[in-house]
Write a protein that binds this ligand. Structure first.
Ligand code: 4H6
Length: 246
């Protein structure tokens, strides 16, 4: 997957390009992340990328010319047919399903806005999709772009070592994750659930599924309503709920 980001702060993207799962994906050639800075496309002495808003009001708006030139260069630096995405609070809410859609695309250009945002005419003429990582306001689109990059890169073939962890990613099934444990076996007087020490992989699979179902029921009933449960899942959830009263 080729990604080119348009941002006034390209150095920020070291956080995904140089570390962890995404950093390894870049090293293995499974992901490429390039940056294009609109400031490099200014012609005035002050390298102006923003201007006062028509209609008055606080803050500044990002100018169209530097952005359109940066977007043109960004599109030219990735495979043709790139989807141009704008990260903003006004966008479509990003979910695991949305990430799966994005991970299937050959290339992306991500526009990270600053100031109070971008001239609407730039959005109308250059942006294919507007996405939001959640209902909150950030100082810029860079962190939202990195959240999207991280989430979709985990879905690229070959990025996660044991593919199972992506499949077992309970969020991929629409459920919350089960609890996890590692050594020591006793910590502050708390033991590890016995089933996890049993070596009985089928019992462990059922226990983990039951925990995912139960946690989703307790913490995110809204997610559970979107999931079609199998007979086994319904049975395990009923057991979990019954055991709550014990
Ligand atoms: N939820 C998200 O995905 C998200 C994304 C970006 C973002 N901020 C950059 C931004 C981008 C577009 C429009 C306005 C703004 N803002 C600029 C700073 O002032 C507030 C408005 N915030 C939250």
């Amino acid at each position: 997957m080729e990604i080119s980001v348009v941002s006034l702060f390209p150095e920020m993207f070291a956080a995904v390009r140089d570390y962890g799962v995404t950093g390894r994906a870049v090293q293995n050639g499974l992901l490429s992340i390039q940056c294009c800075n609109p400031r490099d496309f200014t012609t005035d002495r002050h390298q102006t990328v923003d201007d006062r808003p028509y209609g008055g009001g606080p803050g500044m708006v990002m100018k169209t010319e530097p952005l359109q030139q940066a977007i043109a260069v960004a599109k030219a630096s990735v495979a043709p047919g790139a989807t141009v995405i704008y990260l903003s609070p006004q966008g479509r809410q990003l979910t695991q399903a949305g990430l799966a859609e994005l991970a299937a695309k050959p290339s992306l250009v991500l526009l990270a806005g600053r100031y109070e945002g971008v001239d609407e005419r730039l959005i109308d003429s250059e942006i294919d999709e507007e996405w939001s990582i959640g209902d909150y306001v950030l100082s810029g689109g860079e962190l939202a772009a990195m959240v999207m990059i991280d989430g979709l890169s985990r879905l690229l073939p070959g990025v996660l070592g044991h593919h199972l962890s992506a499949e077992q990613d309970s969020f991929a099934e629409g459920l919350l994750d089960c609890p996890h444990y590692t050594r020591p076996e006793h910590f502050r007087g708390m033991a590890v659930p016995g089933v996890l020490l049993s070596g009985n992989h089928e019992a462990i699979r059922r226990w983990r599924l039951k925990q995912s179902l139960g946690r989703t029921w307790l913490r995110r009933r809204d997610l559970l309503e979107q999931v079609e449960l199998s007979d086994e899942q319904n049975k395990l959830l009923a057991e979990f709920i019954r055991e709550l009263d014990d």
